[in-house]
Design a protein around this ligand. Structure first.
Ligand code: GUN
Length: 295
C-alpha cells in the first residue's frame, strides 16, 4: 500500500461497563461489617407485580451473599392506605429493623399516596434514600451523602470503578424522576460535572444528547437513544428498564451505539446490580449510625 492510500480502520468498539464485578467488589467489602453489625433489611411489597417480585428476589440474593438478615413483608393487593401506614409505623419503631423499603410501584389505589408513604419512613431507616432528609443531605455536598438514592449512587460507583472522570465533563441526563434523574444530576454536579437535564418536554433532545461526554438515560423507553444522538467516544449509561417480549432492555440502542461510544453499560447487567449493592450498603450504613446514636 502506498503512503497516500487510506487504510480502513474498523470502528473501535466501546468498553462494556459490566456492573457485576463492581457490585461483587462492593458486596465483598461489606461482608466483615455485616458480620459485626448484624443489620436487618425489610422489603414491603403490596400486590404481586412480577417485575417487583423479580427485583426483590435479586435484592434478597445479594443479602444472602453478604450474610445480611432480611424479611419480606408481602401484603395483599387490596391493602388499604391505613394498613400500609400502620406497617410503616411498626417498622419505624422496631429496633431490630435497620432499614426498609416499600417496593414501588404501588397498586393503582395506593400510587397517588406514594409521596406521603415515603415521607412516613423514618429517615434513619430510609435505605432507598427517597425521603427529603436524605435527599437534602445528598444535595448539600458529597461529604454529607449518607443514605443516597441507590440507583444514582450505583452509577457513581460504576464510573469510579472504571476510572471514568466526572470533573469538568458535560453530563447529560435524560429523565427527571425524583428517584433517578434529579438526584443523579445533583450527584454529578457535586462531583464537578456540568449537567444538563432533559425530559419529556425538552425540544430537540438530540441537540443536547450530542453534546454529552457522559450520557445517562433513565426514561423507560426502549431505543429512545439512537446512534445519531450520541457524540463519538461518549460514555453512555443506560438506566432504563423495559420489558420487551419477555426480555429486559434499556433505553439505549446498545448494538449500534457500542460502535461509536467509548464505554457503554449493558441492560441487564450494567446499572441494575449496582442499585442492589448500593441498597445493601445503605442498610449497613443505617445500622452503623443507629448504633452510634445509642452511645
Ligand atoms: N422499584 C424499582 N426500583 C426500586 C427501588 O430502587 N426502590 C423501590 N422502593 N422500588 C423500586
Amino acid at each position: 500500500m502506498s503512503e497516500n492510500e487510506c487504510r480502513y480502520t474498523p470502528p473501535m468498539s466501546a468498553h462494556v461497563l459490566s456492573g457485576k464485578p463492581v457490585a461483587d467488589q462492593l458486596l465483598e467489602a461489606l461482608k466483615p461489617q455485616v458480620e459485626v453489625l448484624n443489620p436487618k433489611l425489610v422489603i414491603v411489597q403490596v400486590g404481586a407485580d412480577p417485575a417487583s417480585t423479580s427485583y426483590i428476589t435479586q435484592k434478597f440474593k445479594s443479602c444472602d451473599r453478604v450474610g445480611m438478615r432480611h424479611e419480606h413483608r408481602h401484603l395483599e393487593t387490596d391493602t388499604s392506605f391505613d394498613q400500609l401506614s400502620s406497617l410503616i409505623d411498626d417498622l419505624n419503631r422496631d429496633s431490630d429493623v435497620s432499614g426498609f423499603i416499600v417496593q414501588l410501584p404501588l397498586p393503582s389505589h395506593l400510587e397517588p399516596h406514594t409521596p406521603q408513604l415515603i415521607r412516613a419512613v423514618d429517615p434513619r431507616k430510609d435505605i432507598d434514600g427517597f425521603g427529603a432528609y436524605n435527599l437534602g443531605k445528598m444535595f448539600l455536598s458529597v461529604e454529607f451523602e449518607h443514605l443516597p438514592p441507590a440507583t444514582p449512587s450505583g452509577v457513581i460507583e460504576l464510573l469510579n470503578f472504571y476510572s471514568i472522570p466526572i470533573e469538568g465533563k458535560h453530563a447529560v441526563i435524560v429523565g427527571r424522576s425524583n428517584i433517578v434523574g434529579k438526584p443523579l444530576a445533583v450527584m454529578l454536579l457535586n462531583r464537578g460535572a456540568t449537567v444538563t437535564v432533559c425530559h419529556s418536554k425538552t425540544k430537540n433532545l438530540s441537540h443536547f444528547t450530542r453534546q454529552a461526554d457522559i450520557l445517562c438515560s433513565a426514561v423507560g423507553h426502549p431505543k429512545l437513544i439512537t446512534k445519531e444522538m450520541v457524540k463519538p467516544r461518549a460514555v453512555v449509561i443506560d438506566i432504563g428498564v423495559n420489558r420487551m417480549d419477555g426480555n429486559l432492555v434499556g433505553d439505549v440502542d446498545f448494538e449500534s451505539i457500542k460502535e461509536i461510544a467509548s464505554a457503554i453499560t449493558p441492560v441487564p447487567g450494567g446499572v441494575g446490580p449496582m442499585t442492589v449493592a448500593s441498597l445493601i450498603r445503605n442498610c449497613v450504613r443505617a445500622k452503623e449510625r443507629q448504633l452510634e446514636d445509642q452511645k
